[in-house]
Write a protein that binds this ligand. Structure first.
Ligand SMILES: NC(=O)c1ccc[n+]([C@@H]2O[C@H](COP(=O)([O-])OP(=O)(O)OC[C@H]3O[C@@H](n4cnc5c(N)ncnc54)[C@H](OP(=O)(O)O)[C@@H]3O)[C@@H](O)[C@H]2O)c1
Length: 305
């Protein structure tokens, strides 16, 4: 099925390659044209501008955005709403907030262009393993693009999740769970690292072991085994953990719906703390212990004489 991919980053490039490998016709546009040319060398058709991309497609056109969520995706939806025609389809495959979807659908809907929101999971492994894909929007449009989903996903690895927003909502919760699972592994391995048995324990071997029949086996644990085998003490890493939004949105959804999600929320807060954002509260704790009990504090070089 002819598909246009917009955004050839870590995700879009490999998704386009998977579609090419699966026998689809792929057209592409990327802000940095060299990446589109790289893909053209593998069989895609590369456009230098969004207008050129749209001109090379057969109606009804299928355009799949794989861009940073938020303003960049919104700008491209506005841009393509002016280039595509009634009956065409635009899929937002980014990690957009489900709260953006209704506005995106309305912008495109004014021109009778169909909109699907697709949460895509698989990261840099998706090219080989396939992309688990969660789709929201009109069911018949989902049915229409199934050949593309079938190729992108592993076997049975895509699902119609519901109306507009349901795909990104499902992906948001998926990522929230990912935060909590990662946090649980991180804490467990930190406890192993500080244990009295540490000098006998090989952390990568434990990660490998637990992937063989244990109830906590998982793909994340396989990745951890690889990371620990490469650098046992993770000496080369700063203890700094970024986040890209979905954990915050999940925590806010928990608050808005009154649904307790303490583990996911705590995992998010641990990431904030990893960036030094808990330092002031920790200073307050030290100051209070000092004030009420005269407990010793450690001073910095900026401390007053
Ligand atoms: N990486 C993952 O594991 C993963 C997993 C699931 C979902 N996602 C989501 O998938 C989307 C893409 O992620 P990615 O990892 O592929 O990102 P990426 O590697 O950083 O690539 C970003 C892409 O967007 C383009 N882009 C960035 N800013 C732009 C702008 N202002 N105007 C036009 N194009 C712009 C880049 O073009 P240039 O080449 O010109 O820079 C590039 O093609 C994001 O929404 C992300 O959250 C990522």
């Amino acid at each position: 099925m002819q598909t246009a991919i917009v955004g050839l980053g870590r995700m879009g490039m490999n998704m386009a390659l998977r579609l090419l490998n699966g026998g689809h016709e792929v057209c592409c546009y990327n802000r940095t044209f060299e990446k589109a040319q790289q893909l053209a060398a593998k069989g895609a058709r590369a456009a230098e501008t969004p207008a050129e991309l749209v001109a090379m497609l057969d109606a009804p056109r299928l355009v799949w955005l794989m861009l940073p969520s938020g303003i960049v995706t919104r700008e491209h939806i506005e841009l393509f709403s002016g280039l595509l025609s009634a009956g065409d389809i635009l899929v937002d495959g980014s990690n957009s907030s489900f709260k953006d979807d209704d506005a995106n659908r309305r912008i495109l809907g004014e021109k009778n262009i169909h909109y699907l929101d697709a949460g895509v999971s698989g990261g840099i492994w998706g090219l080989r393993v396939g992309y688990c894909t969660m789709v929201g929007g009109e069911r018949d449009i989902y049915n229409h693009i199934q050949p593309v989903l079938e190729t992108l996903a592993p076997e049975k690895g895509y699902l119609y999740c519901g109306p507009c927003g349901a795909g990104h909502f499902t992906k948001m919760i998926h990522n929230g769970i990912e935060y909590a699972m990662m946090q649980a592994y991180a804490e467990g391995f930190a406890l192993l690292d500080s244990s009295p048995y540490r000098k006998h324990i090989k952390l990568d071997e434990i990660a490998e072991l637990w992937n063989r029949g244990s109830v906590i086996r998982s793909w994340l644990l396989e990745l951890l085994a690889t990371a620990l085998a490469e650098d046992t003490g993770l000496q080369g890493l700063e203890p700094f953990v970024d986040d890209s939004g979905e954990g915050r949105w999940t925590a806010m959804q928990a608050i808005e719906s009154g649904t307790p999600a303490p583990v996911i929320t705590q995992a998010l807060f641990e990431r904030f703390a990893s960036r030094g954002n808990a330092d002031f509260s920790r200073k307050i704790l030290a100051a209070l212990r000092n004030q009420f009990g005269g407990h010793e504090v450690k001073t910095t070089k900026h401390a007053k004489d």
